[in-house]
Design a protein around this ligand. Structure first.
Ligand SMILES: NC(=O)c1ccc[n+]([C@@H]2O[C@H](COP(=O)([O-])OP(=O)(O)OC[C@H]3O[C@@H](n4cnc5c(N)ncnc54)[C@H](OP(=O)(O)O)[C@@H]3O)[C@@H](O)[C@H]2O)c1
Length: 339
């Protein structure tokens, strides 16, 4: 994407892909809306690229229904999806110290807002984007990369550990594999057959087709993993726990569940199973951590971390991008350009 110098000149309105009710990608339509003004501690961003996440789909659909308590009961309070942003700062609110107008930044937008020309972000969440890091690549990092990092931290993944990644080909999984390898771990991975070569290229030592080899299959011997990162969220907790060596940990990144409470039942089950256990199951609730994003940006700028980006789509195709992520078979990340 061409990188023009930042300009503080802007109109009062902008195009945005907005939704006025919960539903599938068809509820999202292009509107002309007001450019927001930054409040205290906020920066106004001129977006360059926006990465999409499974979390955008959950908010778009309002499912599980529990999501609506956090994001809006009848419709999402923030009508625009897109939580990962690479952008230029074009205005700042009172009390902002860390960033200045003209800075190239990357960061997480709370609740969304990225599928628009401009968006607001808490300035404290923004991280500088070095010139060596392309805006599209940067926009792939925040949520998925941050989740992967925090999952490995929660699992205590370290050099020499054998780590099993269940769901290795998606946005989060492709980061988990690479970051675990960077930590010096030996990575085994479950992914679709068509993605095995890709995941091996990211550094996994052994890969298995998840439709043929499920947790509990003889290929994945009980008691042979130090850390299991479960991103697919479908295997029984008991089976996951048996995969661990004593002292190991399962990290539950995702958990399928009912339409109302989602993974809550699985999380409660994990708590009960982990009481006094030497093989605990630890649910993950990743949050925006600028210090982690800084590490990811540095690794990506140095070429040590290579985000897998399956599709980069123009702004006009934002609904296509949402539909692709919603279908559940994205390979790595999907990024939408702001122009
Ligand atoms: N806990 C947290 O804080 C947190 C934060 C971020 C995301 N998450 C959750 O993490 C999950 C993954 O997010 P994501 O962005 O990585 O999703 P994603 O990019 O949409 O994942 C799609 C990938 O998952 C693979 N897959 C689907 N079912 C699988 C299975 N049973 N076994 C192995 N692989 C499977 C698909 O492969 P095929 O195409 O071959 O089927 C596809 O490549 C979501 O549920 C999301 O809500 C949690």
């Amino acid at each position: 994407m061409p990188e023009s110098p930042a300009s503080t000149q802007r109109s009062d309105t902008m195009p945005a892909w907005a939704q006025r009710r919960y539903g599938g990608p068809d509820v999202v339509s292009q509107e002309t809306v007001d450019v927001p003004a930054p409040g205290r501690g906020e920066a106004l961003l001129r977006l360059r690229a926006t990465g999409l996440n499974n979390g955008d789909i959950r908010v778009m659909r309002g499912e599980p229904l529990l999501v609506r308590f956090a994001f809006g009961l009848r419709r999402p309070r923030q009508a625009v999806r897109g939580m990962d942003a690479a952008a230029t700062v074009v205005a700042i609110g009172d009390g902002v110290t860390g960033v200045a107008v003209g800075d190239e930044v990357v960061g997480e937008l709370p609740g969304g807002g990225g599928l628009a020309r401009y968006a607001l972000a808490p300035a404290a969440r923004l991280v500088s984007r070095p010139p060596a890091l392309d805006a599209v690549v940067a926009a792939a990092l925040p949520v998925a990369g941050g989740t992967a990092w925090q999952a490995l931290e929660r699992g205590g993944a370290a050099s020499g550990h054998r780590v099993l990644v269940i769901g290795a080909s998606g946005g989060v999984g492709t980061f988990v594999v690479q970051l675990a390898v960077l930590r010096g771990a030996e990575v085994w991975a479950l992914c679709g057959e068509r993605n095995r070569a890709l995941v091996e290229g990211l550094g996994a030592t052994r890969t298995f087709d998840y439709r043929r080899v499920r947790p509990g299959a003889p290929e994945l011997e009980d008691g042979s993993f130090d850390v299991v990162i479960d991103i697919a969220g479908t295997a029984p907790l008991r089976v996951l726990q048996h995969l661990l060596r004593e002292g190991g940990r399962v990290v539950l990144v995702s958990g399928e569940g009912g339409r109302v409470l989602g993974p809550i039942g699985r999380i409660l089950g994990a708590s009960v199973r982990s009481i006094a256990s030497r093989r605990p199951l630890r649910p993950l609730a990743a949050t925006a951590k600028p210090e982690v994003l800084s590490e990811l940006v540095a690794l990506a700028a140095a070429g040590s971390l290579r985000p897998v980006i399956e599709r980069t789509l123009p702004f006009a195709d934002a609904p296509v991008a949402l539909a692709h992520v919603a279908a559940g078979h994205a390979v790595g990340k999907v990024v939408v350009l702001a122009d």
